[in-house]
Design a protein around this ligand. Structure first.
Ligand code: 8YV
Length: 331
């Protein structure tokens, strides 16, 4: 082992929690983004000059053109986050650039936020908070701001991976009946532990749900999975929660149905054109809008950074990184 081997050069596109940046500076020649301003493709490429690894986030578009333009020195894209829909995996594979992500460490935080939205929408928490804060509350009355009960209702989870299963475990605490649609059925043991019912046909599941939670990755196959036709299959009292990716739902079609009352409510943490949120959604009382907070806990973000570091370290030490993402495989 050569003790004088130079530290790997790592280009990081956004400001990360201080303990993560400190550790990165100890282990790597880290090129950090002190201002935290999102970087242009040109500035990402400039930061990658001579770098071994690039650490992007969901706010960077690592598309085919950018991947093709990366310097030959870059052998690894170590994403800070689990979703990799902003990275062209095929283009990276074509250049033999490895891609890693940060699964597992943001599961609980994202599931917690999913439940927060799932409760907030039918109990009219956003609307109530706006009213109270606006000084417009006229006082309690038996019929004031009645919402819909959560306990005991049917929850349909789309995407039963780590986060979907963590949502199911929490929802069982509210005595919800768990239904799910996934590319593959869970094994018998997991399904039994979650007391979950599998629907091979998403359309059929939607027609029977009180709540729907979107927890699948965004891929070409899941883009606009909940389009106008599928949204019309939902019962009118149904509430949709999305903490996955905005593009899985046709946002304009959803806003139309929320305005018309044919979908009762929505709790959204993600949007099609972040940080943009359509005006149509902003004007509605029956939606709770969160600014992509799913994994935004200090514990989660530090753990994500530790995963990024572990992936870079093992890769640059010549080992298989723990969280390699392959094109076309599950993330
Ligand atoms: C992250 C997320 O904060 O991990 C993901 O896929 O959506 C977020 O929770 C984001 O990706 C950071 O890049």
């Amino acid at each position: 082992m050569n003790g004088h081997r130079p530290k790997p050069v790592v280009a990081v596109t956004r400001k990360l929690p201080a303990p993560v940046e400190t550790r990165m500076m100890e282990l790597f020649q880290a090129r950090l983004n002190g201002t935290d301003a999102p970087m242009t493709p040109a500035s990402i490429l400039a930061a990658c000059d001579g770098a071994d690894a690039l650490v992007p986030t969901v706010t960077d578009s690592i598309d085919a053109a950018l991947v093709r333009a990366l310097p030959d020195t870059v052998r690894l894209i170590a994403n800070f986050g689990v979703g990799v829909n902003h990275i062209d995996l095929a283009a990276a594979a074509a250049r033999h650039i490895a891609v890693t992500n940060t699964p597992g460490v943001l599961t609980d935080d994202t599931a917690d936020l999913t439940i927060a939205l799932l409760l907030a929408v039918p109990r009219r928490l956003g609307e109530g908070e706006r009213l109270a804060r606006g000084g417009k509350w006229g006082g309690w009355s038996p019929t004031f701001m009645m919402g819909r009960r959560v306990t005991g209702k049917r929850l349909g989870i789309i995407g039963m991976g780590r986060i979907g299963q963590a949502v199911a475990r929490r929802a069982r605490g509210f005595e919800m009946a768990i239904h799910y649609h996934n590319r593959r059925r869970l094994d018998d043991e997991t399904e039994a532990a979650l007391e979950a019912s599998y629907w091979e046909d998403l359309d059929q599941m939607l027609a029977h749900m009180d709540f729907v939670s979107v927890n699948c990755p965004q891929t070409p196959e899941t883009f606009h999975l909940l389009d106008a036709r599928r949204l019309d299959l939902l019962p009118p009292h149904a509430v949709i929660v999305n903490t996955a990716r905005g593009g899985i739902i046709d946002e304009a079609a959803l806003a139309e149905r929320l305005a018309a009352g044919t979908v009762a409510g929505a709790g959204l943490d993600v949007y099609e054109a972040e940080p943009g949120i359509s005006e149509a959604l902003m004007g509605l009382e029956n939606v709770v809008l969160a600014p992509h907070l799913g994994s935004a806990t200090i514990e989660g973000r530090i753990a994500m950074g530790e995963k990024v570091i572990a992936n870079i370290k093992s890769f640059t030490d010549g080992h298989a990184p723990p969280d390699r993402v392959m094109p076309g495989l599950d993330v």
